[in-house]
Design a protein around this ligand. Structure first.
Ligand SMILES: NC(=O)c1ccc[n+]([C@@H]2O[C@H](COP(=O)([O-])OP(=O)(O)OC[C@H]3O[C@@H](n4cnc5c(N)ncnc54)[C@H](OP(=O)(O)O)[C@@H]3O)[C@@H](O)[C@H]2O)c1
Length: 437
């Protein structure tokens, strides 16, 4: 078989970009053998911000550039890999590559979730694919699973733990009794959390990934502004404590589910999940996605959701696929919208049982006041508790916890808005979903 070297234009030589270079050096021969000699790849141009920065992975000086236009236009570049992150320069690079007919590989979930509509349209217009396995769950081949392996399934649901940083923080809060700030500090020290961990802890990193999965499974572009996202910043040791006592584990859960009327439920929030469910034992920086297809039934995909080598593994797999498509035209393989009338289920219409924590002034009648408001809306209470701090049993302000029967989120939210106005309630109630998985 013909084997001429394909040139890679690598935009970004950071954590993942360096991993890609190392993986190609380590396993380039293996890839060549496994593809029957068809795929041989070499990084011929690499984009960085700072040419003088010392790098663990050395590249010849003439390969490096700080000008993305030079990288995309270079005739030695056949495939463009975008690993710089962000949604501005990254957008320009991907758009320019597609217009030049150069297949793109990216690990950038924020870019595709926020600006995927424009990029997938360009991909279609120029019949040039965007591959993005590394954008969701690092080394777990979940994009390929949804796009290819489950192509003959109607996907009923996908529930996932798809942000390793928040999962690590929640695990440390659970097993070591740390508070949120201490656990976050530990994650940063270990290099699991970014210096700016905002997208990890506010739920948006997981939401971007969930949006991509839902887009593939249900065939219509999803506006991020329509997605309900809550992060783990409000999780307190008391919530972890309650969850443990009640037989649950707190996880940042992404839920994607198709309803019988075709509407798609899509939300990300800290949730109580039963200790006995397999997702409850996904710990540390690991990710897992449970996919329920009408034919395949329930399948679980588990593995390393981030990090240099696992993410590079997905990028390299996409590179091989992009290289094959260049060698043998297989047509466009990015996301093609196929469902015109797709719609998200309004978050108000989603239903679960819930755990609600109130910060209240401790005086007689508080429980009754809150319970009365809940009863007015027919929201059932399955339990209530107010832990006493043994060091200050007469404290004026206490946490009060209610476990509530299943009701719509809209009804719950409206009732909580009213409860928040009560004199005895000092701040916005904190809600956790209790999931039936
Ligand atoms: N890290 C992970 O585990 C992981 C997992 C899955 C997906 N991803 C995604 O992969 C992408 C890359 O992540 P990373 O962790 O590898 O990032 P990173 O370590 O911060 O590396 C970014 C690289 O891009 C270069 N760069 C950034 N902005 C640039 C610009 N405007 N112009 C030119 N070069 C620029 C940087 O240059 P300098 O080296 O000169 O600073 C650096 O080489 C992101 O989209 C991320 O979401 C990462």
């Amino acid at each position: 078989m013909k084997c001429s070297t394909l040139g890679i234009g690598l935009a970004g030589v950071g954590t993942v970009g360096s991993g890609v270079i190392l993986a190609l050096r380590r396993n380039g021969d293996l890839i060549r053998d496994r593809t029957g000699g068809a795929v041989d790849m070499q990084v011929t141009k690499a984009l960085v911000r700072d040419l003088s920065k010392p790098r663990a992975v050395a590249l010849p000086q003439e390969v490096l550039t700080t000008d993305w236009k030079e990288l995309v236009a270079d005739p030695s570049v056949d495939i463009v890999v975008e690993l710089i992150g962000g949604t501005t320069d990254a957008f320009e690079i991907v758009a320019a590559a597609l217009k030049a007919g150069k297949p793109v590989v990216t690990g950038n979930k924020a870019l595709l979730a926020e600006r995927g509509v424009e990029l997938f349209a360009l991909s279609k217009e120029h019949d040039t694919p965007i591959h993005f396995e590394a954008a969701v769950a690092g080394g777990i081949p979940i994009i390929k699973t949804v796009q290819e392996s489950f192509i003959g399934n109607r996907i009923h649901s996908m529930s996932g733990i798809i942000n390793g940083t928040s999962n690590y923080i929640l695990e440390r809060m659970t097993t070591a009794g740390l508070d949120f700030e201490t656990a976050l500090g530990e994650a940063q020290q270990l290099g699991y959390a970014e210096a700016d961990p905002a997208l990890d802890v506010n739920g948006w990193d997981a939401a971007h990934k969930a949006i991509l999965l839902a887009t593939l499974a249900y065939g219509f572009p999803i506006d991020p502004a329509m997605v309900h996202v809550a992060g783990i910043e409000q999780v307190r040791p008391i919530d972890i404590d309650f969850a443990t006592r009640l037989g649950y584990v707190v996880k940042l859960l992404a839920v994607v589910r198709e309803h019988p009327n075709g509407a798609v439920e899509l939300r990300v929030q800290p949730s109580f999940i039963p200790k006995s469910h397999i997702l409850a034992s996904v710990n540390g920086v690991f990710n897992a996605v449970a996919v329920h297809g009408d034919a395949a039934g329930e399948s679980l995909f588990y593995g390393r959701g981030a990090g240099q080598d696992p993410t590079a593994s997905s990028v390299v797999a996409d590179l091989v696929e992009a290289a094959r498509s260049l060698r043998q035209a297989t047509g466009h393989r990015g996301f093609l919208p196929y469902r015109e009338s797709g719609q998200l289920l309004p978050i108000e219409n989603t239903e679960t049982a819930s755990y609600v924590r109130f910060d209240v002034t401790d005086r007689p009648g508080v429980v009754a006041e809150i319970a009365t408001e809940l009863a007015k809306e027919g929201i059932g209470i399955s339990g209530t508790h107010s832990p006493v701090n043994p060091e200050s049993p007469d404290a004026d302000f206490v946490d009060m916890v209610f476990l509530l029967h299943t009701c719509s989120f809209g009804k719950l939210q409206a009732t909580l808005d009213r409860i928040e106005q009560l004199d005895c309630v000092n701040s916005s109630p904190v809600v956790f979903r209790i999931e039936k998985l």
